[in-house]
Design a protein around this ligand. Structure first.
Ligand code: ATP
Length: 200
């Protein structure tokens, strides 16, 4: 099974692009959603998180996201330690999920994929980009949050300039119909890759 990464900074439009691939019948694995599920449902992972952060990481059996966010905010080492627990669990889950899919290829959508080296385990990487000011406007409108909060999350991610050379495909997501056409073009290219079931 060919595995393709789909990434992009906050507000770039990863989920929007993922939706276009799904319309073409391509299965999408949403890493961030699945990570939260595994943090709750995988007892081994949960034990390790409690050891690292304390039992307050869970409240009434549920992941205490606000508390965890406040613990790791501004503590890069602790955040790295948490990621070092969560990432291998997600990677293993993604591998077993993708083995069960019937499709010419699958997508792994993740906000952080290049920064942490995760892209090296994938066959191809698609990067979604948009100007930073536009991304801030989109997220402020979507999440009813402030520009400075979006900016601080953005500052924890790599710039597009740094990620572009490590990506196989770049989609500049501004005009939605142009984005849809770019998705169709990339889909056709992926089907032509030798070893893909769609290759002629
Ligand atoms: P995040 O990393 O924050 O989860 P994302 O990269 O998945 O974001 P989306 O949720 O797809 O981004 O898009 C962010 C917001 O911008 C959404 O409200 C979406 O509808 C809107 N949006 C996406 N693409 C465009 C576009 N080309 N033009 C205008 N608005 C867009």
């Amino acid at each position: 099974m060919m595995r393709v990464g789909l990434t992009g900074g906050i507000g770039s439009g990863k989920s929007t692009v993922a939706g276009f691939f799904r319309e073409l019948g391509i299965p999408v694995y949403y890493s961030d959603v699945r990570a939260r599920e595994l943090m709750e449902a995988d007892p081994e992972l949960r034990g390790r998180i409690e050891n690292l952060l304390g039992e307050e990481a869970y409240a009434e059996g549920k992941l205490n996201r606000a508390w965890i966010a406040s613990r790791v905010f501004g503590d890069a080492e602790l955040l790295e330690a948490l990621n070092a627990l969560v990432h291998p669990a997600v990677a293993a889950d993604f591998r077993s999920w993708s083995a069960r899919q019937e499709a010419p290829y699958v997508l792994q959508e993740a906000a952080i994929l290049i920064e942490n080296g995760g892209y090296r385990n994938l066959d191809r990487v698609i990067l979604v980009t948009a100007p930073e000011e536009e991304r801030i406007r989109r997220v402020v409108a979507r999440d009813n949050t402030s520009g400075s909060r979006v900016r601080s999350r953005m500052d924890a991610q790599w710039s597009d300039q740094r990620k572009i050379p490590l990506s196989d495909f770049v989609i500049e997501n501004m005009e939605l119909e142009a984005t849809r056409r770019a998705v169709h073009r990339i889909h056709r290219e992926l089907l032509e890759i030798p070893g893909s079931p769609g290759a002629s």
